[in-house]
Design a protein around this ligand. Sequence first.
Ligand code: BMA
Length: 611
Amino acid sequence: MKFLKKRALLLFWIILFTDIVLGLLKLDNWRWFTKPVLIPLLLIFLITNKSKPGNPFLSKLIFSGLMAACIGDILLMFSTTGYFIAGMAAFVMMQLIYACIYYYLQKKRFRINKRGLTGVAFMLLLSYFLFKYLETSPLFTPFAIPVAVYIGAISLMACLAANLSEAEKISDSGAIYIYYGAIFFVISDGSIAVEKFLFPGLTGLSIFVMLTYGIAQYLIVKGFYKFQMIKFSLVLFFLFICMYPAISQNYPTADGDATLRTKKLYSNLFRVMQKGVLFGHQDDITYGTGWMLEPGRSDVKSVTNDYPALFGFDLGHIEAYSPYNLDSVPFNRMAELIRFGYERGAVITLSWHCNNPYNGKTAWDVSSGTVTSILPGGPKNELFKQWIHTVAVFIRNLKSNNGEPIPVLFRPFHELTGGWFWWGKGYCSPEEFKALWRFTVDQLKNVEQVHNILYVYNAADFNDQREFEERYPGDKLVDIVSFDAYQSADVMDPRKSFIRNNKMRLSILTDFASHHNKLPAFSETGSENLPDKEWFTKTLHEVIKDYRVSYVLVWRNGGLKTPGKGGRQFQPNHSFYTPPADHPAANDFRQFHSMPDMIFLDKLAGERIYY
Ligand code: BMA
């Protein structure tokens, strides 16, 4: 106790800073050890430093006020709405108790004075404008009443604090601390509302909230006790204001004008990467083994009772103005399925098996000269611009239920280090590839004005960093760096060589990503038809478990053998990459699904990655 008597406040500051640094590093899980101890430390300071017996009624009030704050702190750490409301209720209690304390302290000679009146006018004005501002956010509507109640409680507390500070004229009395504490509380809670409803997840803002909250509680408790360190708090506060532009810088997107949801998605993917790897599946809800376009159906769901966290789709043939993609998926249905995924909080990724613009043949046609023919000045440049336009129209028109553009991870010119597509290594120089990338991003961003895209740079094979980055177009044109690699059945020991090669690639990838401040992903993989019934837990998981990588996506389950609807022949591809329900690998896939570091949709939905 003696130790704490002297050091409770010092510990409070240390833990407050640790909490802020953890927030900055997005290590939110660790904050369970810091945030809940802040208020108890202030309480310990008060209890251990009590010189005289004091007023027991007041002591009880102070104790209950701080307890309410502590409960509120804990409740607000959960991300769901129910906890948020409960946390607010705890803070309403705390504000009302603080208000009672300030009233009680002036009870005998309570008169409304000038500072009290100014407080009322100020709080009325502030509440009015804040409320109007918050109302511009669609997220705010369900919270309007609880927020109004909270504003009422904090205003009462702040006005009584202002009144008390004038009543107790002497500037170094506890009242002045309470007054400044109330001001910091108003700043902190105003900011929390702006953060929650208008800029959810903005790191700089949430840190600002925590710092001002810490200072407010500290000053109030100091006021309860009386202390000289007010200047220290003010210095801290101004220091923070100066540092704010630096720390509020989130991960910049290649498209500086990307929509708020797109920017949120990007920074949230970095945050969620600390918790685990998102599992993705190509064409998961589009078709699967033996079925096509059945609402809600998914081969992954049939086995795990959960959807993947990431849904992949392919735009191939959109450039040919075909109503169907190269796998016979109608583009209008694809847009609906993308909305289905987005509304459930899943990530959407699009690849583009784009035909050869030089001769109209497929993406696999590697006629030489294709890339140079579509670059500015080339004979097919105009045609390629039109092709990009078809992609732009599709992506721009992907809208959520409330009409917002749906962010997508776009992965054009994929497997660029491979030799099987017309844009591949061997069919253009690194400089030509970079020019192609620059041209495409520029068209989408600046000419077509599509702002719901994160750009994915995607290699296939590479054996060292030089090979991986040889064609990298630059940090300003890329958001996500990735590679594709499949387990081949034709090698000596397929499992061993897959693990060895891809650990090597992941280590190059994650190193590159962290140096360039990009998000790393294993964007395509799989073991065709899963001959190894423990492939997911013993091979794939073995590869990714030691690396921080945002997501891993396995390829499509092609499989309908009969003609598809509308008289179109669905092109069957009998291979699959997630097991059908009766396959020997199904059990292992269920185990993979329940691994703590694997994230499927149920887990991801709670992360609110677009907010
Ligand atoms: C390839 C193969 C093709 C398919 C294309 C686009 O990897 O699966 O059969 O048409 O992807 O999905």
